[in-house]
Design a protein around this ligand. Structure first.
Ligand code: FEO
Ligand code: CA
Ligand code: CA
Ligand code: CA
Length: 675
């Protein structure tokens, strides 16, 4: 499908699904390395055949019994995760494993500043929304304000907005040529994007609650939050606009998907699908944006700018590339926020590169460096890692640290022999020279994708969250890629038309996260192990509740254990399962064994997850409840609207649409989760 077809396709019910579909259009032209001649040296004949020849040939050679994993309940005694797994399903509300509380902590529209008005969904204003919790909560982080960790600051990204369930009487606007949009509605959308920092505390009843009058509470938005730009691209000519002739300040951040907390408690917001917010009136015969006359046409094409998914550019010139062609260069970065200082302007750190950053999870390497893993979430795009030059100390571990501006960005090449090479994106090295269009390190970073193309990085199956783990490990969520052809299969992306994704485990050399090479293996291939055609691979003890599709976010808990949350988008009908949170064993006999812990209401995606340092509280973010794939929701079978949603979670108030919300999970009676 081209873009025009996607917008008109009646099977695509909302903006979230449209984003997913848009991601189906690969913008990476650098696919030749994987085409044709790949023999899977690492995984042996059976895996190679499954990927390259398809199921029929594999089944003929090995028989179906070799491909169907037994579906028995897990041996609980051996599991590192002590909880009774939840039964899979899909309905109007959320579910948590027995013995746990899952309480609603914050909902879209909840007043979060002392002077915020109560939420009035029928009379929304940008002014009110700027003081209220934003839409589509995604990343959640926490930093404690006291030694006991009973008070702290919750940092939450608000990725995007769904106008059809936010505003009465409006419906999907990208399908309708944005006819119903006004500046007022656009400004509300902008005010609902970005992030929230809120103080929360445990009450005498053991429940976490918002501290509403806290002076820490604030919103960060693309409408009105001024930010600094630092690092090698700051002040470069390509970063200058009419509003910012110095190229060093920018208003706002947007499409903040996952993120991270630094070891010193600042909050990193990743800017993901920034291309979707840019507008142009120059269209080709098919109605697609035509950037041929733009001076940066090649760069815009590689980044998918302008996406025209929102009408912001009709009311704010900076989002119209016909008027401000450099503004897109000022998005697609990682933003650092000091949650402890509401007056501190957030900082866009250009040293971390410009791409569709899914997240920005940090760790300290064995040799003391700050290391940040970040995937570029597009079909056939790349996995990155940033390593600081300096080491983390009391002096350097501060907001705005040089550790985030002085370092090396690397991109991953996954070799067939099971090694991963981290290729440095450094101006003047290898092909990253003026002859190839990279005049400076600023060019290398503004055009990170093009630089990574030149280095021969491995095009992946949509890198979502990447989580550093214990002992030099990192876990990469490759969510799915239905556009990978059989001749594009390789060892690290082992299935053609991968509908359910897979998870890669990296072991960095010497267990050192700053290493420039390591080894990798596939932890699981997702999907239903009982359907041979899917080609899933799980630990055989995984039950029918435990397997999942489309891993997206992930977290490591206080005991070093891995947890995965899923985003199947509009495709959840392929599994019949709501998105949810799963434990996933990484070691021992149960490696690759997964159990369901929490599941979302219909049409929602599970974001977060974030574990408190003491392992006793888990924060989850239910994003876009009631929207995705509701045509597959039995008994409903239509697209959701404000007036007629598939669920009204979490309020179930007939006057209220579904509301994206942060959920806080604790063990009944107290104690560590899953211990
Ligand atoms: Fe915003 Fe890649 O998920
Ligand atoms: Ca995501
Ligand atoms: Ca994460
Ligand atoms: Ca996703």
């Amino acid at each position: 499908m081209n873009r025009k077809e996607i917008i008109k396709d009646p099977s695509i019910g909302n903006k979230a699904e449209a984003f997913e579909a848009f991601d189906d259009i690969p913008t990476n032209p650098n696919l030749t390395r994987t085409i044709g001649d790949v023999i899977n040296a690492r995984y042996g004949r059976r895996d190679m055949l499954k990927g390259a020849l398809g199921v029929a040939a594999t089944t003929a050679l090995f028989g179906t019994s070799a491909m169907i994993a037994p579906r028995q309940a897990a041996a609980a005694s051996a599991s590192r995760y002590n909880f009774e797994e939840l039964t899979w399903g899909n309905d109007e509300t959320h579910h948590i494993a027995n013995g746990y509380n899952a309480d609603i902590l914050l909902r879209w529209g909840d007043p979060i500043t002392a002077d915020a008005p109560d939420f009035d969904v029928m009379n929304q204003t940008a002014e009110a929304q700027l003081k209220q919790f934003g839409y589509n909560n995604d990343y959640v982080g926490f930093t404690a304000l006291n030694d006991e960790g009973t008070r702290g600051l919750l940092c939450v990204n608000h990725e995007y907005t769904n106008e059809e369930v936010m505003f009465p009487g409006l419906g999907r606007q990208d399908r309708a040529g944005f006819e119903g949009m006004t500046k007022e509605l656009v400004d509300i959308e902008m005010a609902a994007h970005g992030g929230s920092v809120v103080e929360i505390a445990i009450g005498t009843d053991g429940k976490w609650r918002l501290v509403k009058d806290s002076t820490y509470n604030r919103r960060i938005t693309p409408l009105n939050t001024s930010m600094k730009i630092d690092g090698p691209a700051a002040g470069h000519d390509r970063m200058k606009t009419s509003a910012d002739p110095d190229g060093t300040t920018v208003i706002g951040t947007l499409n903040n998907c996952a993120g991270g907390m630094t070891p010193w408690g600042t909050y990193l917001m990743a800017e993901e699908n920034f291309h979707g917010y840019f507008w142009s009136d120059v269209l080709d015969a098919d109605g697609r944006p035509d950037v041929a006359a733009q001076p940066e046409a090649a760069q815009m094409k590689r980044y998918g700018v302008p996406g025209r998914w929102y009408a912001w550019g009709q009311y704010h010139d900076r989002f119209n590339i016909d008027k401000e062609p450099n503004e897109p260069n000022r998005f697609g970065w990682v933003v650092e926020v000091d949650p402890r200082d509401p007056d501190a302007a957030p900082i866009k750190h250009t040293a971390l590169g410009r791409f569709r950053h899914e997240g920005a999870e940090t760790t300290i390497s064995k040799d003391g460096k700050l290391v940040i893993y970040s995937g570029d979430d597009n079909r056939f795009d790349y996995q990155y890692k940033y390593v600081s030059n300096g080491t983390v100390t009391e002096e350097t571990g501060v907001f705005g640290s040089s550790l985030l501006s002085d370092g090396t960005l690397y991109v991953a090449r996954f070799d067939e022999d099971g090694t991963v090479q981290w290729l440095p994106l450094v101006h003047g090295e290898g092909p990253l020279t003026a002859e190839n269009g990279f005049d400076s390190q600023a060019d290398v970073l503004i055009d990170t994708r093009l630089a990574a193309d030149a280095l021969g990085a491995t095009p992946m199956d949509r890198p979502e969250d990447a989580q550093p783990g214990p002992n030099g490990t990192a876990y990469l969520m490759l969510t799915n890629n239905t556009r990978r052809q059989p001749d594009q299969v390789n060892a690290a992306n082992p299935r053609a038309e991968s509908a359910f994704g897979h998870i890669i485990e990296i072991k960095e050399a010497d267990e050192n996260h700053s290493a420039t090479s390591g080894t990798w293996s596939i932890l699981v291939k997702c999907g239903d192990p009982a359907i041979a055609e899917v080609g899933a691979e799980w630990n055989p003890e995984t039950s029918e509740n435990g397997w999942f599709g489309s891993p997206d976010n992930c977290a490591i808990d206080a005991d070093g254990r891995l947890w995965i949350s899923t985003d199947q988008g509009s495709s959840w009908g392929k599994t019949g399962k709501s998105d949810g949170l799963y434990s996933l064993e990484t070691t021992g006999d149960l490696r690759g064994h997964s159990k369901l812990f929490f599941r979302c209401p219909v049409g929602g995606e599970l974001c977060g997850p974030y574990f408190h340092d003491n392992g006793e509280t888990l924060f989850l973010a239910v994003q876009h409840p009631g929207t995705d794939g509701t045509k597959d929701f039995k008994g409903f079978e239509r697209d959701s609207t404000f007036e007629d949603p598939a669920t009204r979670w979490p309020d179930f108030d007939p006057a209220m649409p579904p509301r994206p919300s942060v959920v806080v999970v604790t063990k009944q009676g107290g104690g560590k989760i899953a211990i």
